[in-house]
Design a protein around this ligand. Structure first.
Ligand SMILES: *Cc1c(COP(=O)(O)O)cnc(C)c1O
Length: 237
């Protein structure tokens, strides 16, 4: 992909983000763009950093490890932060704690405890989001509504974990309006827990196809891959 295409895509995404925020009476600064770099080569990520992107999301620990090392080699005082947005297996918790500023995909008490243990060893307070599964057909991972209570109690009691909010991945729809009820639900869950003393300021929701709707519904982080880096890695079905 050419430098110009990359720059144009990034500008377009920011423009659409601002527009959606203003439409909802929100400030554009309330929403962070997490640029999703899975399947994107390290040199392209570096160009995105040069253009000015600062927050990146990866969904696999190993791929992220290689990419982060490559980028660090080029810029030792890297201004960049990394989020894990894909499912995390317990046996990779240690590497995830070493690599990521925010783990967006915590969906079980076991995983939270593993992260807490490794964070304690690292002398780190690991920021996390709770990934919530709102429907049967959506991604396999995420805590179900029935189990959120238990997980919320657990994470707020773990010393080396800082729970910043909630994340969800609705089923894929052509029409982004179809995602709106899911985004509303996540926002509702956040509000309900707030009433019970659990502060969850961050809502990570919305991807290339539906981030504008997500921002209208209160997203504070949108995870955008294809709209920035193009379709070239999409698996055609
Ligand atoms: C790939 C991915 C995204 C980005 O999806 P696009 O449709 O390419 O923007 C967002 N969130 C998660 C969890 C992903 O795996």
């Amino acid at each position: 992909m050419s430098d110009k295409d990359l720059l144009d895509n990034i500008k377009t995404v920011f423009k659409r983000m601002s527009h959606a925020a203003m439409k909802a009476g929100r400030s554009p600064e309330e929403v962070t763009l997490v640029a999703v770099t899975k399947n994107v080569a390290g040199d392209v990520v570096r160009r995105a950093v040069e253009i000015g992107l600062r927050v990146f999301g990866e969904n696999r620990v190993q791929e992220a490890k290689d990419k982060i090392a490559l980028l660090k080699a080029g810029m030792p005082a890297s201004p960049v932060t990394w989020h894990l947005i894909g499912h995390l297996q317990k046996n990779k918790a240690r590497t995830a704690v070493e690599l990521f500023d925010l783990i967006q995909s915590v969906d079980s008490v076991d995983l939270a405890e593993a992260i807490n243990r490794h964070a304690a060893k690292e002398g780190k307070r690991q920021k996390i989001l709770i990934q919530v599964k709102l429907s049967e057909e959506e991604a396999k991972h995420g805590v179900t509504k029935d189990n959120i209570d238990k997980l919320m109690d657990a994470v707020f009691n773990l010393e080396n974990i800082e729970t910043e909010g909630l994340m969800t991945i609705p089923p894929y729809f052509e029409d982004p309006e179809m995602s709106r009820p899911y985004f509303r639900q996540l926002c509702g869950i956040r509000d309900r827990y707030k009433g019970r003393g659990f502060d969850l300021p961050e809502l990570s929701m919305g991807m290339s196809n539906d981030f504008a709707v997500a921002i209208e519904e209160g997203a504070t982080m949108v995870r955008v891959g294809t709209a920035i880096f193009g379709e070239r890695n999409a698996v055609k079905k």
